[in-house]
Structures are given as structure tokens and as C-alpha cells.
Design a protein around this ligand. Sequence first.
Ligand SMILES: Nc1ncnc2c1ncn2[C@@H]1O[C@H](COP(=O)(O)OP(=O)(O)OP(=O)(O)O)[C@@H](O)[C@H]1O
Ligand SMILES: [Mg+2]
Length: 255
Amino acid sequence: MSDIILETRGLTKHYGGVQALDDANFILHAGEHVAVVGDNGAGKSTFVRQITAVEQRTAGQIFFDGKEVTHAGPLDAREAGIETVFQTLALADDLDVPSNLFLGREIFKFRLGPFSWLDRKAMRDRTMEALKTTAVKIPNVDNPIRNMSGGQRQCVAIARTAAFASKLVIMDEPTAALGVQETAQVENIIRGLKERGIPMVLVSHNLRQVFDLVDRIVVFRRGRIVASLRRDETDGNDIVSYITGVKGNADGAFA
Ligand SMILES: Nc1ncnc2c1ncn2[C@@H]1O[C@H](COP(=O)(O)OP(=O)(O)OP(=O)(O)O)[C@@H](O)[C@H]1O
Ligand SMILES: [Mg+2]
């Protein structure tokens, strides 16, 4: 049996005349943590949005957990086992922290036809547990998300992802808005996912973080994958030369 959890073949996305993602061939193995790096506008978030079905691709195929998939939308992808922290956060501003964590998968005390009763206590308890795994101090989880700082919101999203991680976790710049302590804590969460054998795609501009955490580094430039390198077979200078185009100008697929 193949140990490939995620594969894209020829994945392509155009926005009008902009080729944001061009023929991306990507493979993620079971338990593997891969970083996706590249300059601003290189196509990293576009790649994430196609895998998570936030957008529908222009061309190409996506294989997840052994079969070809066409998820109808992000909820569909999440139900299939893909948990994502998006670069632009997908949190509901008017809801409190527990409601955000359980959005779309609420715990009910009972459900009978049109009648249902949310189990607020169970959701709040699990929320507190999930937040404990991040160092973030949220003064009151019962406040609406809109009153929280960028870093606090980010930590809510990360706590949600870690709490529900099932088959694959994707994080797009999870620590860009975080302080030193919170960043360290999120990196610990990522190490925890690795220990649990949960595969991950980590989009990050922070090469120190990337080299600390992942098994393999995939470089995007101008919508194309230009390198795929094992962490122990490359270094920061090498990666930077792929990011900037000093290396890796030849066409070709990497996996
Ligand atoms: N909805 C959209 N409509 C038109 N163009 C878009 C859209 N989304 C992204 N693009 C363009 O696609 C390209 C890739 O953008 P993308 O957001 O994937 O980059 P990125 O690698 O995630 O960059 P960053 O590191 O800044 O987050 C950019 O040129 C961007 O302007
Ligand atoms: Mg991005």
C-alpha cells in the first residue's frame, strides 16, 4: 500500500490572466512534515486554497488518503480530515471562542428533527483544554472573537486545528502575527503533531522555524514548484537561492 497521504498532479490556478499556480506536482507521505516556502506572491496560499477547496482549481488532480478527490468546499475538505489554519483567518467575528472552535461540528445534548440543544459546557471544557496547549492568554473565551488581538485570534485558529487534527494539518503562516513565546508554543504544537504521526504542510517565511521543524522543504517561485529538498540535504543559503531564482530555473516536476 502506498504511504502517500496527499498528492497533486498538474495543479493549476489562474485568476484571470494571472497564473498564480502552475502545474504543481506535490507529494506528502504519511507522517511527513513538509514546509512550503517562497517569496510573497509565489503561489503558496493559492496552493493551500486549492487543496482545501476554498477555491476550485483551473486544472489538475488532487489525491487524498488514497483516492482522487474533488471537495466541494472547505467544510467538505475538513470533513475528509484536512484541518487548516488559513493565512487570512476564517473565524466568525460575532461568535465566542468555543463557538468558533466547534463551528460546523457542534456538540449537541440532543437532536430530534428540527429541535436541538447545544452542549455548551462540553464545548467550553474542550475549548479550555485546547487553549491550554497554546500559551496564549485569552482573558475571556466568552467574548466575541472580534474583540481579540491578531495573535489571540491566530492562537484560537491553531488550537482549533490541533484539537481536531485527524488526517492532515495545513498551516499557512501560523506564527507570522505571534510574539516570541506564542511562536515557541505553536512550534511545540507542531512537534506534537509530528509525534502523533499527523502529516503537515507548513507554509512559512521563517527559515529558522522551517529547519527546526520539518522533514522536507518545497520551494515555490512564480507559481511553480522549483525544488523539493530533504532538510538534512540542504541549508538556508541553498533554499534562498531557489527562492530568488539563482538556482532551479529549469522546468521540471519535483516530489
Ligand atoms: N483572488 C485573487 N485574484 C487575483 N489574483 C490573486 C488572487 N489571489 C492571489 N492572487 C495572485 O496570485 C499570486 C499568488 O498569490 P498567493 O497569495 O498564493 O501568494 P503567497 O505565496 O501566499 O504569498 P505571501 O507569502 O505573500 O502570502 C499573486 O500574484 C497574487 O496577487
Ligand atoms: Mg500567502
